[in-house]
Design a protein around this ligand. Structure first.
Ligand code: SF4
Ligand code: SF4
Length: 415
């Protein structure tokens, strides 16, 4: 694709990056067929190729309008288009740059700005989010349906964390909203790693990975989240910790992108590269330890009938990290009977705060996903991301759980 970026951006790092990405697109349109929003709306501008043209136009100096902003807002950042693209177009980075420029030109309505400011303040701050979530759970029975749906019923931490200290250590990204919404996920992660002779060590000072602020276009605040996490993890990684483990697939691509997102920060660029290299989704860690894990699962194998499970592979796992098939293999090894799920590449509509700002599209995508997941009549749904879990659960009457909880159960509570 030929480009001629305008003076305001052509000689900036973002301009050079956007230019290279735009030039790599051969506008073949293969990506359009796998884009969930194009499938629902049938408008070229609600598909990746159309959005690429919209961003190109703005970066070439043409005026952005509220319609440009709407088409970019409707993008889920699911990255299915990147998986399909034969030319390796780095769409999500182009979208970041495009959204940032469009938001500079098109002010958002006051109400939307207020909601975004609230979410940016509360959700990534565990000390604010946790008490508010507890209060919401307490008031849940009397809340209106649209709010009730966003607040899962209270779950207590029923699992006990491991006590043994092993020689092998790893750090855990504990997450900002996950501990309050589903406290058993981090404990189950620690228990599975404990069974493999690995201890999780705390990293006081670490917090939100930055994805939430980044995707709401608060990019400097997101970079501060990243710097804070690097400061918290760096000393432990220099000492005895082998890796940073991430069990929320929505956070893992962000941490793996620290190297790119802090590349122009002289103080943090090199450390960010090390952190990105040392950060792994829990599925990748278990794949590395697979032999030992399979032996442990074999030891604890139970004679009970296999449970029928539907696995919902989040976009952030399959498209954002290109992890496909690993979790499925581990669930089968843990005794699950995986039911087929049609259109597994399509987003469930959760996508961070998408369900708040694009409720109609989000609900349509969820309805499609739920019928695909339940077609094989599973007893439960397994996923890898707290966002997908809490988005899907109100729409089904079977449990939706993180897959690591099923592995933990197979290891320690074989029935
Ligand atoms: S598939 Fe890739 S190269 Fe083709 S239009 Fe889409 S982004 Fe461009
Ligand atoms: S990220 Fe997802 S929603 Fe956005 S253009 Fe690509 S496929 Fe479509």
């Amino acid at each position: 694709m030929q480009t001629q970026l305008a003076d305001f951006i052509s000689n900036t790092p973002q301009g050079r990056e956007a230019d290279a990405i735009l030039r790599s697109c051969v506008h073949c349109g293969f990506c359009t067929a796998t884009c969930p929003t194009y499938q629902l709306l049938g408008d070229e501008d609600d598909g990746p190729r159309g959005r690429i043209y919209l961003i190109k136009s703005v970066l070439e100096g043409n005026e952005a309008t509220s319609l440009t902003q709407l088409h970019l807002d409707r993008c889920l950042t699911c990255r299915a288009c990147e998986t399909t693209c034969p030319s390796g177009v780095n769409y999500h980075r182009l979208l970041d740059i495009g959204r940032s420029e469009v938001d500079k030109q098109v002010p958002r309505p006051l109400f939307q700005r207020a909601i975004r400011a609230l979410l940016l303040t509360i959700m990534p701050t565990r000390s604010l989010f946790s008490p508010l979530m507890k209060t919401g759970q307490w008031l849940r029975p009397s809340l209106p349906a649209f709010l009730k749906e966003k607040i899962p019923p209270r779950t207590t931490a029923r699992l006990s964390p491991p006590v043994t200290q092993h020689g092998r250590k790893m750090l855990l990204l504990e997450g900002c909203v996950q501990p309050a919404m589903a406290p058993n996920i981090n404990i189950a992660t620690a228990r599975v790693l404990d069974a493999l002779g690995i201890s999780l060590q705390p990293a006081p000072g670490a917090g939100c990975c930055g994805a939430l602020r980044h995707h709401l276009n608060a990019q400097e605040a997101a970079r501060n989240d990243m710097r804070r996490n690097i400061d918290a993890w760096w000393p432990a990684l220099q000492a005895e910790a082998e890796a940073v483990v991430i069990n929320t697939s929505g956070c893992a691509p962000q941490v793996k992108d620290y190297a790119t997102l802090l590349a122009d920060d002289p103080e943090y660029a090199a450390k960010a590269q090390d952190i990105s290299r040392s950060s792994f989704d829990i599925a990748e860690i278990l794949l590395r330890e697979k032999e030992q894990l399979l032996a442990k699962l074999e030891e604890s194998a139970s004679p009970r009938a296999a449970r029928k499970v539907a696995f919902q592979s989040p976009c952030t796992l399959q498209h954002g990290q290109s992890i496909t098939g690993t979790v499925e293999q581990l669930l089968i090894a843990a005794g699950c009977d995986l039911v087929p799920v049609a259109d597994g590449h399509l987003c469930c509509g959760s996508a961070g705060t998408y369900s708040i700002f694009q409720p109609t599209l989000s609900k349509q995508l969820r309805a499609n996903k739920v019928s695909a997941l339940t077609a094989g009549q599973p007893q439960e749904i397994a996923t890898a991301n707290i966002g997908c879990m809490s988005h899907l659960q109100p729409a089904v009457d079977i449990p939706v759980r993180h897959w690591i909880e099923i592995i933990d159960e197979a290891l320690t509570d074989p029935g």
